[in-house]
Design a protein around this ligand. Structure first.
Ligand code: 6PG
Length: 489
């Protein structure tokens, strides 16, 4: 009789296939299963078993009952399928075959509320469920990903050896995989990771565009700039691949980047980050601007029409190349700090709201390797959250506040110059506006409160009275004294 597998994996698309190979390469026996598509010539299981899985410790099965039977109990079954209804459908197909205590791991980009629901459902049936965010794309899945598991706590000891073995290792050797928390917290953390990814990508795109359009740098020069930045405080995977992309030539010998249509796609995790930040009442402006900019970019037709009507009144100032390069680097770095500060603030708020008890330092550490936003500077974030006097806001941590102070001059000058050139820098300017609002002890919100009270008796607090006392004014002489409720969303 064939030895039972250590783990089962469902879904042999690119991520699933690579994760299965990664597990097998670490010494685990893996059963793989994929739905057989009606009318298909060959199924994914046969293709895999005769292709990349050939001669390795895999059992390939196309019958779900046999697949479940081939795994040793308590079973660990990882789903690598499209987020949404496919996960629920598979759970329904699996459950009749499972034994009490078996564990389902969802490695897709699922919505955290779906994961909350699935954890409760699986536990109500005597099973366990882990929602594990997995980042790193194809390469990470094969050689080491960043994995963010959360859900049924008792499952962690069982899945830990396998998940940590397939995770990337940070520079200090620590696996980029650790327990995040209960319910859908693992998928929430992955969602914020993706939101930050959107922000980083938008900031890099703006930097590229300013240097190309204002300074007129060639693709090779641009590639050199990003390579140089990658050697400094901006060191990160996304900066590294940007340098590679800029110098990449296609079969015709042309720079491919210049042939790619400027319309950005999105699968939804950036949008979810912003929706959830809004639900939590937290500012996540930089990521929001990155999401909205992708939406605007995707409507190329309207942009072309608007360009014809309005053109662009450019100032074409004279810039010193070295100074501008320095300013773009400052703007990119400072805006990135703002974006991470906003993202971690949302995580903190979600932790309090949902009783997740998230360890922000540990989250920063498990993003240091394997994932798309991996970078050295996540070490400083971890250190800030571990300090004896935990900062109330990431930007207040001594390291980050001094970095921001040092970058501020270049950042604000760059944004001002570029806006005068008529060029959009929505993420740079969103971050700068956030920074100025955050650091303003006084804001014009008194006017908003006055207007709300004027037209709707929504009341206001006064600077000469204790917080929490609400007042209404009869502004027009004909309004009454009846106040509206003072609740805040
Ligand atoms: C990762 C990525 C991945 C994401 C893609 C595409 O961490 O490996 O975040 O999960 O799906 O990057 O995302 P968009 O299509 O939304 O850009």
């Amino acid at each position: 009789m064939q030895k039972k597998s250590d783990i089962g994996l469902i879904g042999l698309a690119v991520m699933g296939e690579n994760l299965a190979l990664n597990m097998e390469s670490r010494g685990w026996n893996v059963s793989v299963y994929n739905r057989v598509h009606p009318g298909a010539q060959t199924n994914a299981v046969t293709r895999f078993m005769e292709g990349r899985g050939k001669g390795k410790n895999f059992q390939g099965l196309t019958d779900i009952a046999q697949f479940v039977e081939s795994i040793q109990t308590p079973r660990k079954i990882m789903l690598m399928v499209r987020a949404g209804s496919p996960v629920d459908e598979l759970m329904d197909q699996l459950i009749p075959h499972l034994a009490p205590g078996d564990i389902i791991i969802d490695g897709g980009n699922s919505n955290f509320e779906d994961t909350d629901r699935r954890v409760a459902y699986a536990e109500s049936k005597g099973f366990r469920f882990v929602g594990a965010g997995v980042s790193g794309g194809e390469e990470g899945a094969l050689n080491g990903a960043s994995i963010m598991p959360g859900g049924s706590l008792s499952a962690w000891d069982e899945v830990k050896p396998i998940l940590q073995s397939i995770a990337a290792k940070a520079d200090d050797g620590a696996p980029c995989c650790d327990w995040v928390g209960p319910g859908g917290s693992g998928h929430f953390v992955k969602m914020i990771h993706n939101g930050i990814e959107y922000g980083d990508m938008q900031l890099i795109a703006e930097s590229y565009w300013v240097l190309k359009q204002v300074l007129g740098l060639s693709n090779d020069e641009l590639s050199d700039v990003f390579t140089q930045w990658n050697g400094g405080r901006l060191n990160s995977y996304l900066i590294e691949i940007t340098a590679n992309i800029l110098k990449f030539k296609d079969k015709e010998g042309d720079y491919l980047i210049d042939k790619i249509l400027d319309t950005a796609g999105q699968k939804g995790t950036g949008k979810w980050s912003v929706i959830n930040a809004m639900e939590l009442g937290m500012p996540l402006g930089l990521i929001a601007s990155a999401v909205f900019e992708r939406s605007l970019s995707s409507n190329k037709e309207i942009r072309l029409e608007a360009e014809k009507i309005f053109g662009h009144d450019k100032e074409q100032g004279l810039y010193n190349k070295a100074d501008m390069l320095k300013d773009v680097e400052s703007a990119l770095y400072a805006s990135k700090l703002v974006s991470y500060a906003q993202g971690f603030d949302v995580l903190q708020k979600a932790s309090e709201e949902f009783n997740w008890d998230l360890n922000l330092a540990s989250i920063a550490r498990l993003w240091r390797g394997g994932c798309i936003i991996r970078s050295g500077f996540l070490n400083y974030i971890a250190e800030a959250f571990e300090a004896k006097d935990k900062p109330r806001h990431l930007l207040f941590a001594p390291y980050f506040s001094s970095e921001i102070k040092e970058s501020l001059f270049g950042w604000r000058h760059l944004v001002a110059h570029v806006l005068k050139e008529g060029m959009p820098v929505p993420a740079f300017s969103s971050a700068l506006n956030y920074f100025f609002s955050l650091t303003s002890g006084s804001l014009p919100a008194n006017m908003i409160q006055a207007q709300r009270d004027y037209f709707g008796a929504h009341t206001f607090e006064r600077i000469d009275k204790p917080r929490g006392e609400f007042f209404h004014e009869n502004w027009t002489g004909y309004g009454g004294d009846t106040k509206s409720g003072t609740y805040n969303v």
